[in-house]
Write a protein that binds this ligand. Structure first.
Ligand code: NDP
Length: 329
């Protein structure tokens, strides 16, 4: 079997030489284990963000869809599929009896009604749960309100914007290219803004002349400062991520305009997807329904091949992806 091992602390964007592909023999299977052939793996921003907190070297973890080829757990028969956080490998052994029921523990591939299994690590998995619960439970959007999403063309952001449209909101997204802006407007965003070229505050003022009620923040930094400054009284902010700081000097997340928070009585809440994982079935139910009826279009940015996982990862960090970046093995 082969797996990616991280050897270094990243400086700036991760480099190929920070990783080593290690070939190794899989040991015989024990009770409570399954052997899987990995079919899909996920590349996500947190893999960059947590690197400095890990002990080196470490196996690159991450969500994957695996096809069970040998099983010593009757709950996962040969031929069934399992979602686990077992990372960037082509074959691996998964321990199935460690469940404390968090998103990081293995679970059976949910019933996806004929949709692609890859969605189980995207719109109908961890990123989907982040968007669905992190937006609906924290921002509590009402029809007619103005919602702003940063990182809007990515896995989580593109779902948040579409869910906000389903809930009858006006939606404005920030993304990093004119082509992404075009795509977001095609899938129903009322307005999208290229944060790399626009005067952020002025463009937002023009797009949201009546102010912002809900802000779903994936990026932090200057975009967030501008959005928060333009929030209405009683506005809600879901702090999901701060990718603008992940590859640069640590902590460069900008200064939150706290006096605006005070005067406008804003609610700011950090979210961590784990909190809602025992409710995944709610996402699967609404999500599959929305996708099947065409209300939700979960785009995927698919890279092929085990050897290309690293490139897919860095490409995602640099903004190559539209929607969820996944790798098909
Ligand atoms: P995305 O699919 O959004 O991919 C990352 C995107 O970030 C890129 O496509 C790029 O798009 C954008 N980006 C890169 N650098 C910058 C920058 N300097 N400023 C602004 N945008 C940048 O990833 P995910 O949807 O998986 O994750 C989005 C955010 O959500 C991340 O911050 C992640 O850490 C967080 N997250 C949090 C979770 C939680 O439980 N709290 C769970 C899952 C994700 P562009 O072209 O627009 O720059």
């Amino acid at each position: 079997a082969r797996k990616y091992v991280v050897k270094n602390y990243f400086e700036g964007y991760p480099k190929r030489e920070d990783y080593e592909i290690v070939e190794y023999e899989l040991p015989p299977l024990k009770n409570g284990e399954v052997l899987v052939k990995v079919e899909w793996v996920s590349v996500d921003p947190y893999m960059r963000a947590y690197n400095s907190r890990k002990t080196l070297p470490y196996d690159q973890s991450g969500f994957q869809v695996g096809l069970v080829e040998e099983s010593k757990d009757p709950r996962y028969p040969v031929g069934s599929r399992i979602i686990s956080h077992s990372g960037w490998c082509d074959y691996c052994i998964i321990k199935t009896f460690n469940s404390s029921e968090t998103i990081w523990d293995p679970y059976k591939l949910p019933k996806l009604q004929g949709l692609s299994n890859s969605l189980a690590i995207g719109a109908l998995g961890m990123p989907g749960a982040t968007a669905y619960f992190g937006f609906l439970e924290v921002c509590k959007p009402k029809a007619g309100e103005t919602v702003v999403v940063s990182g809007a063309a990515g896995a989580v952001g593109s779902l948040v914007g579409q869910i906000a449209k389903i809930k009858g909101c006006k939606v404005i997204g920030f993304a990093g290219s004119d082509d992404k802006v075009k795509w977001l407007e095609e899938i129903g965003f009322d307005r999208a803004i290229n944060y790399k070229t626009a005067d952020i505050a002025a463009a937002l003022k023009e797009a949201a002349p009546n102010g912002v009620d809900c802000y779903f923040d994936n990026v932090g930094g200057e975009v967030s400062n501008s959005v928060i400054s333009q929030m209405n009284t009683g506005g809600r902010i879901s702090v999901c991520g701060a990718i603008s700081s992940y590859n640069g000097p640590s902590g460069a997340t900008g200064n939150i305009p706290l006096m605006t928070v005070l005067y406008k009585q804003l609610l700011i809440q950090g979210i961590y997807v784990d909190r809602w994982f025992d409710r995944l079935d709610e996402l699967i139910k609404d999500g599959t329904e929305w996708i099947k009826s065409g209300k939700l279009q979960p785009r995927e940015h698919i890279t092929e091949g085990f050897e290309n996982i690293f490139d897919a990862f860095v490409g995602m960090l640099k903004g190559d992806n539209y929607g969820k970046a996944v790798v098909k093995l």
